[in-house]
Design a binder for this molecule. Structure first.
Ligand SMILES: Nc1ncnc2c1ncn2[C@@H]1O[C@H](COP(=O)(O)OP(=O)(O)OP(=O)(O)O)[C@@H](O)[C@H]1O
Length: 579
């Protein structure tokens, strides 16, 4: 009888429907009671040889059985509706919260574990809330009423019934803590197995390339064995629990029967009362037996409850207290003011005293060696994290003063790791703007240099892509993602290594086309390869988390320093390739 606060909270999503399901469950229990009473009277009538009332009594039994069939059907439907409501609302809530947690959360949590919680865990909550909870309430309410009825007929029967009922209900409580702990251990192992499988499936090409498929399979086998052990440990406790309940039920029913027979044999009670006690004693334990059955269905929900609570209450990396709507009349200016940032748990700062302005409606390039802090800057602009010191200003206001969703809607990002979904090319593009026309799609794909390749496919824009765009080349995936970003109306466009998978010959052309298509948006281009950014209005050179220099290409080359070194390294690389 574990009632986890998270599950109680989930039940509130469908409290009316659940109340109806519980009342119907109560009505089903009452129908068993009515049947027992009618049968007791029928048996007593047979014992007395008084068969005149038998047809009415037996017709009553048939009517009760028919009514129960109808009530049980209605109860199951209502409970299923309540379960579906809870499932849908809880999943919505979790997915919305995941959106608030943003990508920063998934750098710590494992995607497969989150998937297991949101999919399997919520299914378990459905079973717990829709089947176990109504039965629990009925089990707590019905036996006391039945005991009161038995007390009125034959009080001596209570000496067998009450201790047995107390043992059946309270006995397994001694195991609750252990049961909850085993359930949690089982769930943690199940989550880890889900996470390992997802990672192994997604990383199959890397595993194969590294010749590590066998080792990965061994790891999955070990995890499966671990899950098996956790399942057996959980089952062992659960079976002890069920065993005690069964023992108490059998013992209590037998004791009540013996007492009732003894009372009848000694002439202390009538035949009707004896039959009534015999049948009602059985009914006292029916809800307990049903509860034991539903417990097994709802146990998964109890095991998953901690994980669901942890995900639902996980604190986002940034607070969403801003109210501004991010509706800029013209594309905004972006300013970094003495920005300092250290990743949680990292040894050193990723950015130190970064200060520069990306002018409104112009293109600013951010360049620098690997690890210089370029992507971190983009993350701060999108508020995946907030700076430890300093400010990021968008259109002159602190980024944190905008509502988070509005700020992120105003900034379209194409990063090195694009994400395309298992859907048609057109659907993937329309993620950015659901009402985009076919002409809008074509304009964007032309600017991103991918229209001709799409048009050459047998199904053109209706081609269904493999998961994560697996049926396209890396360069094609990136260019589709670029087209998608162009389609959005966001006034700020960020290209974070967005053309890294495109061959260098095409990169400069694509960037030129893109910037023309971007119109007067404020554009930030993060790039390793300088050919793509040399024509930017403004170039900021980052090194070791600091701004090393800024200006235009000519001035930066003339000044020497990191930028000139990067240009030189690029030339050497091209020379090496050409050689
Ligand atoms: N999630 C993280 N947790 C801890 N440290 C991080 C995290 N992400 C990045 N870093 C560290 O922050 C520093 C800046 O990383 P960042 O990704 O911003 O560099 P970058 O200039 O974009 O590099 P690249 O050109 O290789 O993509 C690096 O030292 C990196 O190791």
């Amino acid at each position: 009888m574990i009632v986890h606060p998270e599950l109680r909270r989930a039940a509130r999503h469908a409290h009316r429907t659940l109340l109806a399901a519980t009342l119907l469950q109560g009505a089903v229990t009452l129908s068993w009671l009515a049947q027992a009473v009618l049968l007791a009277f029928a048996l007593a009538a047979i014992a007395h040889g008084d068969t005149g009332q038998l047809p009415w009594l037996l017709t009553g039994v048939v009517a009760v059985v028919a009514a129960r069939a109808g009530l049980a059907w209605h109860q199951r439907r209502t409970a299923a509706r309540a379960g579906a409501l809870v499932r849908v609302r809880l999943r919505d809530e979790l997915v919305a919260h995941l959106g608030r947690l943003g990508p920063a959360y998934l750098t710590e949590a494992r995607a497969g574990a989150v998937r297991t919680t949101v999919v399997d865990g919520v299914e378990g909550v459905d079973a717990y809330v829709s089947r176990y909870l109504p039965q629990l309430i009925v089990t707590l309410a019905a036996p006391p009423l039945l005991l009161a009825a038995v007390a009125l007929i034959e009080p001596r029967a209570l000496t067998g019934l009450v201790p047995a009922l107390l043992l059946a209900l309270a006995g397994p409580r001694a195991w609750d803590r252990l049961l909850a702990r085993r359930g949690k251990e089982h769930w943690d192992t199940y989550e880890a197995l889900g996470a390992d499988y997802l990672e192994a499936l997604q990383g199959m090409p890397a595993l194969r390339a590294a010749g590590a498929v066998g080792r990965s399979r061994q790891r999955l086998e070990d995890r499966s064995a671990q899950l098996h052990r956790a399942t057996v440990a959980k089952l062992r406790i659960s079976l002890v629990d069920t065993g005690i309940t069964d023992l108490a039920i059998q013992g209590g029913t037998a004791a009540a029967a013996l007492l009732a027979c003894w009372a009848a044999a000694s002439g202390a009670t009538t035949a009707t009362a004896t039959y009534l006690v015999l049948l009602l004693a059985g009914e006292c334990f029916r809800p307990v037996r049903d509860l034991s059955r539903e417990w097994h269905a709802g146990y998964l929900g109890v095991s998953a409850a901690d994980g669901i609570a942890a995900l639902r209450t996980a604190a986002p990396a940034v607070a969403d207290n801003g109210k501004l709507a991010a509706e800029w009349r013209t594309p905004p200016e972006l300013t970094f003011e003495e920005v300092e940032f250290t990743y949680p748990g990292a040894g050193g700062a990723a950015l130190r005293g970064v200060r520069f302005t990306a002018p409104a409606g112009r293109t600013t390039a951010i360049v620098g060696p690997s690890g210089a802090g370029k992507s971190t800057l983009v993350g701060l602009l999108l508020r995946h994290h907030d700076p430890r010191r300093g400010r990021v200003l968008v259109d002159g206001r602190d980024a944190s003063s905008y509502a988070l969703s509005a700020l992120r809607r105003g900034i379209a990002v194409v990063s090195q790791e694009t994400y395309l979904f298992h859907a048609t090319i057109a659907d993937n593009l329309r993620l950015a703007r659901a009402d985009a026309t076919d002409e809008d799609l074509e304009r964007a794909t032309r600017a991103a240099g991918v229209h001709d390749e799409i048009a050459a496919l047998p199904d053109g824009y209706a081609t269904v892509l493999g998961e994560r765009g697996a049926t396209l080349s890396g360069g094609q995936r990136q260019r589709l993602a670029l087209a998608r970003a162009l389609l959005s109306d966001a006034p700020v466009l960020i290209l974070d290594e967005a053309t890294s998978a495109v061959d260098e010959r095409r990169e400069a052309d694509i960037v030129r086309e893109l910037l023309a298509a971007a119109g007067n948006r404020t554009v930030l281009v993060v790039a390793h390869r300088l050919a793509a950014v040399r024509h930017a209005d403004h170039i900021v050179v980052l090194d070791g988390g600091r701004v090393d220099a800024q200006g235009d290409h000519t001035a930066l080359v003339a000044a020497g320093g990191v930028y000139a070194e990067l240009v030189e390294a690029g030339r050497t690389h091209q020379g090496g390739l050409a050689a």
